[in-house]
Each structure stands twice: as structure tokens, then as C-alpha cells.
Design a binder for this molecule. Structure first.
Ligand code: IMP
Length: 398
């Protein structure tokens, strides 16, 4: 029996989807749960080793391609029926059959309504993905939210016309939304259920359960760079809570990070590099938001930040991704201290300056040395090294 959490250790986009996909294929997972967030996430995976078969999963767990794996959209999530139906339809075209054995949605998960998206887009001070995530979680917190169970019970009674007038928008958008909601209800209501007893049974028996994190630790609503954060808890504890699993059942946490750092949207980014180096990272790493298409800001690996992530999430193991990108550079810089702190342990959200970098020349030939240095600074062990987009472009280091 195992419960493993796979967490984004930076500002999201670390390559969690690929690590989850790889993990499911190498260590048979019986259940994969998405615990938090919604269609703000974009987990890109390539089916098999074929680079033409790319899919970006936004709400459905990345374990959906693994045989004998039950994927669950957990209680801590917020769901947009339009994107969910789109995703299901795309996956069906790839041959995925959605049934009770491979896919369930928690009846506690909340629905994102069109006005959540409109509110999010109308007042977007921090550069959100515009998917209504914040307003949907706000409705949940004010007890005005509509849950999946309400959809099953017909227990939602919004006057759409009121919102059409309030936001002065095209009626067509609302009808697309209503259609998606009805499709969800008519065709997939047998997959919406109280997932608690099912998850509890798996955790209590000889099964392997994987928690797939969304976003990254630095976007956590409590411990991230507030207010430039998402609206859920992205920590290990947040994932356990969103899935409904008691902390004592957790057996392993894996922190995923890139060999450099990126961030989409506004907010502090201590190691951001606005020179040619950063531009090249952005370009070679194809650093565009998988959901919004926005250019990601790019910079150096930040070991102060990653140590902070480890303090909050407790990484038993680490997965480093996009090593192939950093190999193109003659040198690699890693931040080891911030200017306004005495120690190298504290990530202050006001910090915007790094005063200590260690530079390694020729990362391609100094891989071992650099990985060892990173392990020592973060205080955890690197067990996965991802060096390309294909499923097999990963080394598992025991
Ligand atoms: P929201 O989650 O759409 O409200 O956006 C809040 C912040 O989190 C913005 O800076 C987004 O760019 C960022 N964000 C949300 N989801 C992701 C993700 O999956 N990857 C990277 N950044 C994200």
C-alpha cells in the first residue's frame, strides 16, 4: 500500500504531468487523484513516445492513460463543465472509454459558473489564467457555491438573465455553458459520486494511490507570493485535504522542479533573468503557458526557494525536469541566498533580490556534480532526471 504525492515545487509548469505519467507506468498506481485547482492547470503529456500525440490535461488526472487506474477529480477542486466535456471528448477520440472503473468526480467538487470567469477576467490585477478559479473558490468560502451533488439534485436555480444583464455579454456563451452542464448531467452523472468511501477503501487496502498536484508551492494561497497566487493550497497537506486522505496514510512526497525557474503572471520572482540568457531559456524551453499561451518569465534555479518548498512540503524525493534545456548553456547559475535575509533558509515574499549565486560551467559535463550540490542545498534526493519531452526521456536514479 502506498500514498504518494507529486508536488510542483516552484511556480507551476514544472512538468508534473510527465512525472505522474511516468510514475504510473513504472510503478503501477491503482488510483490517481487531482485534489486542488481546476482548469487553470495544464498538464502536458505525450502519449507513448510519439511527439505528435500531445495532450494537455486541465482537470482530468494524468493517470487516465494507464490501464487499471481509477482517476478521480477530488473534493478540493473547482470544475468548469465546458472544459471538462471538451477534455473528455478529446480523450475519447484517443480511445479512452470513461466508466466507473477509470474515472470518478467527487460530488463535493464545486462548479465554476460563467460569471466566475467573467468576474475573474473583468478584474484581473494579478494576471490570473482568467478561468474563474478565484471567484469560484470565493463562492465556496461564502457558502454560495454550487457543488456537483447540487447538479445531480437539481438544486441550483440561477437566473441566467440577471447575469447576462450584469455582465452585458453574449447569450451564446451562456447557452454553451448550459449545454455542457446538461451533457455532464445527462451522460456522466453515474460518474459523479461520494468518492470518500472509495478512496478510503483503496488507502486502507493493498493499493497504490497517487496525488497529482496542480500549480506549484509558490502559488499556494497561504505560503506563496501572496497576493500573486492561486486560490487553493498547493502543499502536500493541501493535496491530502483536497483528496480527503488522513496525513498519516502518506508514504512519499516527490517535489518536481525545472533545472531553471519560470513563472506566468505577475508577482515576485527573485531569480528572473531579463537578459538574453532568460530569453534563451524561454525560447529553448518553449516556455509558453499551456492554458493561456502567455510567455512565461524565465530565470535561474533558486535553491533558497526550493529549500522553502521542502520545508513546507517535506520532499522524500525530487524530480528535476528540462535538464536538456540547461545543457545548451555554457554555464548555469543557482541562487543560494537572498540579499535581505541573514540566513539561506527564509523565503520572504517581499524579497526580490538574490545576493549569492553559485555558477557552474558546462552543465552538460558537470551534471553529477550539479545534482549533488542541489541535493545538499535542498536537503533531499533527486531520483528522477527528465531530459526531454518523450515518456522515456527520464532517468530513474535509485
Ligand atoms: P488563477 O489560478 O487562474 O487564479 O491564477 C493565479 C496565478 O496562478 C496566476 O499568476 C497564474 O498565472 C498562476 N497559475 C495558475 N495556474 C497555473 C499553472 O497551472 N501553472 C502556472 N501558473 C499558474
Amino acid at each position: 500500500m502506498s500514498v504518494t504525492a507529486i508536488i510542483g515545487a516552484q511556480w507551476g509548469d514544472e512538468g508534473k504531468g510527465k512525472i505522474v505519467d511516468f510514475y504510473c507506468n513504472h510503478f503501477q498506481q491503482d488510483m490517481v487523484i487531482r485534489s486542488n485547482g481546476g482548469p487553470n492547470a495544464g498538464h502536458t503529456i505525450y502519449i507513448g513516445n510519439d511527439l505528435s500525440k500531445k495532450i494537455t490535461l486541465r482537470q482530468i488526472p494524468s493517470g487516465i492513460f494507464s490501464k487499471n487506474t481509477l482517476c478521480i477529480i477530488g473534493s478540493g477542486t473547482v470544475i468548469n463543465p465546458i472544459t471538462l466535456i471538451e477534455e473528455i471528448t478529446k480523450l475519447q477520440a484517443w480511445g479512452v472509454d470513461f466508466n466507473k472503473n477509470n474515472f470518478l468526480i467527487s460530488n463535493r467538487a464545486h462548479l465554476i459558473f460563467p460569471w466566475h470567469c467573467l468576474e475573474d477576467q473583468a478584474d484581473n490585477k494579478i494576471g490570473t489564467t482568467g478561468n474563474g478559479i478565484g471567484p469560484a473558490y470565493a463562492s465556496k468560502a461564502t457558502r454560495a457555491g454550487i457543488r456537483m451533488q447540487d447538479l445531480l439534485n437539481n438544486n441550483y436555480n440561477y437566473n441566467y438573465n440577471e447575469f447576462i444583464e450584469k455582465f452585458n455579454i453574449d447569450k451564446k456563451y451562456f447557452s454553451i455553458y448550459k449545454d455542457a452542464l446538461m451533457t455532464l448531467k445527462d451522460k456522466f452523472s453515474h460518474l459523479i459520486t461520494d468518492t470518500h468511501p472509495i478512496i478510503t477503501k483503496y488507502v486502507g487496502s493493498n493499493k497504490n494511490v497517487l496525488l497529482e498536484g496542480a500549480q506549484g508551492l509558490m502559488l499556494d494561497i497561504d505560503y506563496g507570493t501572496y497576493p500573486f497566487v492561486t486560490s487553493s493550497n498547493t502543499t502536500t497537506a493541501g493535496l491530502l485535504n483536497g483528496a480527503g486522505i488522513a496525513p498519516k496514510a502518506l508514504t512519499k512526497t516527490i517535489g518536481v522542479f525545472k533545472a531553471y525557474t519560470t513563472r506566468v503572471g505577475l508577482g515576485p520572482f527573485p531569480t528572473e533573468d531579463t537578459t538574453e540568457y532568460g530569453d534563451r531559456l524561454q525560447e529553448l524551453g518553449h516556455e509558453f503557458g499551456s492554458v493561456t499561451g502567455r510567455k512565461r518569465r524565465a530565470g535561474h534555479l533558486d535553491l533558497v526557494q526550493l529549500k522553502y518548498a521542502n520545508e513546507l512540503c517535506g520532499f522524500d524525493e525530487l524530480a528535476i525536469t528540462k535538464w536538456d534545456i540547461i545543457e545548451n548553456f555554457p554555464y548555469m547559475k543557482v541562487a543560494t541566498a537572498y540579499a535581505d535575509t541573514d540566513t539561506d533558509t527564509d523565503t520572504d515574499t517581499d524579497t526580490d533580490k538574490v545576493d549569492k549565486y553559485t555558477t557552474f560551467n558546462d552543465p552538460k559535463n558537470n551534471c553529477q556534480l550539479i545534482l549533488k550540490y542541489i541535493e545538499e542545498k535542498i536537503n533531499s534526493k533527486i531520483t528522477f532526471l527528465s531530459y526531454g519531452p518523450k515518456r522515456d526521456d527520464i532517468k530513474f536514479i535509485q
